[in-house]
Write a protein that binds this ligand. Structure first.
Ligand code: CAA
Length: 401
């Protein structure tokens, strides 16, 4: 089926054909920290983390991992399964890029051995850039339906030790293939948009941890959600009753519960609470993955909710600073795949636990560019960050792979 085989229903949605997500793949960090252990050391009731903010674990990167290695690992598995034929663009969305100038996309392009005829670029707007990358990818495919776009969302979320944001750190990546024959989700043309300049969360160029005005961040998220929702309605998008399940950006999964309450109030619709549980399985274990969080939520929903064939879903992306977008998509029949789900669970289950002391040590372990360094060989992922040589970061295929 091509992008021209479409019909339009009464809400203006295209059904059949259209452009969207052909496949997606999740990658996790080498290490994981059990948040119950962090709670104990910080003198906090573990239920505050598990029930209050809705997180069980937090991904922790090894010294030889970063967004490049996470993104490349997710992309390599994705392309091994779905092929790279037609890929002429690689968009890498991240908050935690490794260089102010050179994009993570170019480095991943090299690690994956993609042909030189692939446009490679990095996008930034806090946690929102993944949705912007998906939209840019759809625009590229709309112009030339024979092309595909590799979108990588990857982040390592870092707050200060002992800060309120500490239990909402995390690490992970989701790679997606965007094309004109989406076997997972067709993204509908109309979306709701919202931008407002607000200092709720940011990271100055000389800081490795995020600054956050926590209370403001919740209200800024709410304003973006409702603003994007109102815009979707003004643009003639579907009503809440026509959307079977919502997935939200989940800095901590309780935020999605709050978001759904805000949306139910605004729309007057009853929204399915079960979808929140089904869409939170991976994020509960990853922690915040910034740009990847929404797409890990989508992977979780697709892997845990049967019967979505042909159904419309809502996808809300929020990036502090701030930008929000409410996308809608039609789930393609046959979307459930045991290969994809098994791969996500294996990535999460395969992580090596660290103690709080080991996590704190890794948290302090940041590599600048002023001196050459060789990182310890830890990760067993396909790619590793080998260290800094002459001010440049060096990556290599992991020989243990
Ligand atoms: N058992 C069960 N629940 C408990 C509990 C216990 N013993 N103790 C507390 N709780 C509950 C509280 O009642 C509260 O629930 P509600 O929000 O439903 O009222 C919840 O746990 C959290 O408690 P606090 O508000 O007291 O927690 P806090 O102030 O220590 O931290 C936070 C919460 C401010 C969100 C913090 O996690 C944080 O700073 N996070 C970083 C900022 C963030 O993620 N903001 C989200 C919007 S911005 C965004 O989305 C972009 C992004 O990715 C960063």
């Amino acid at each position: 089926m091509t992008s021209t085989d479409t019909t339009t229903d009464t809400t203006g949605a295209t059904r059949g054909g259209g452009i969207g997500i052909e496949d997606l793949e999740l990658a996790a960090s080498h290490h994981v920290l059990d948040l119950a252990q962090l709670a104990e050391v910080r003198g906090v009731d573990p239920a505050k983390y598990t029930r209050g903010i809705g997180l069980d674990e937090m991904g922790v990167v090894a010294a030889d991992e970063d967004v490049v290695t996470l993104g490349a690992s997710a992309a390599e598995r994705l392309l091994a399964r779905s092929g790279s034929e037609g890929v002429r663009t690689l968009l890498f969305a991240t908050e935690s890029g490794v260089d102010h100038s050179k994009s993570a996309a170019v480095i991943v392009h090299g690690l994956l051995g993609l042909p030189s005829s692939v446009r490679s670029v990095e996008l930034k707007q806090a946690c929102y850039a993944g949705a912007a990358a998906v939209q840019a990818a759809i625009g590229i495919v709309a112009r030339r339906p024979e092309e595909k776009v590799l979108v990588i969302t990857a982040d390592v979320a870092r707050y200060g030790l002992g800060s309120s944001g500490e239990p909402t750190q995390g690490a992970g990546a989701v790679a997606m293939l965007i094309g004109a024959d989406p076997s997972l989700v067709e993204i509908e043309p109309v979306s709701g948009l919202y931008s407002a300049d607000v200092d709720d969360f940011w990271r100055p160029n000389d800081s490795t941890t995020a600054m956050v005005n926590a209370r403001l961040s919740i209200s800024a998220y709410k304003n973006a959600l409702l603003g994007a929702w109102d815009d979707l309605q003004e643009q003639g998008g579907p009503s809440a009753e026509d959307i079977e399940a919502f997935v939200y950006h989940q800095p901590f999964t309780k935020m999605a519960v709050k978001a759904q309450q805000f949306l139910a109030q605004r729309s007057g619709a009853e929204l399915d609470p079960e979808a929140l549980v089904q869409g939170a399985v991976y994020d509960r274990r990853l922690g915040n993955t910034y740009t990847a969080s929404l797409w890990a939520g989508l992977a979780s929903l697709l892997d845990h909710r049967p019967g979505l064939d042909g159904a419309r879903i809502g996808l809300f992306s929020y990036g502090s600073g701030s930008a929000g977008e409410m996308l809608t998509g039609i789930v393609r029949p046959g979307y459930m795949s045991s290969a994809r789900a098994g791969s996500a669970v294996a990535a999460l289950d395969g992580r090596v636990p660290v103690t709080v002391a080991e996590y704190e040590q890794l948290h302090e372990n940041q590599f600048g560019s002023s001196e050459d360094v060789e990182t310890p060989r830890v990760t067993t992922a396909p790619f590793r960050f080998a260290g800094v040589q002459g001010g440049a970061r060096v990556y290599e295929r992991n020989s243990e792979d």
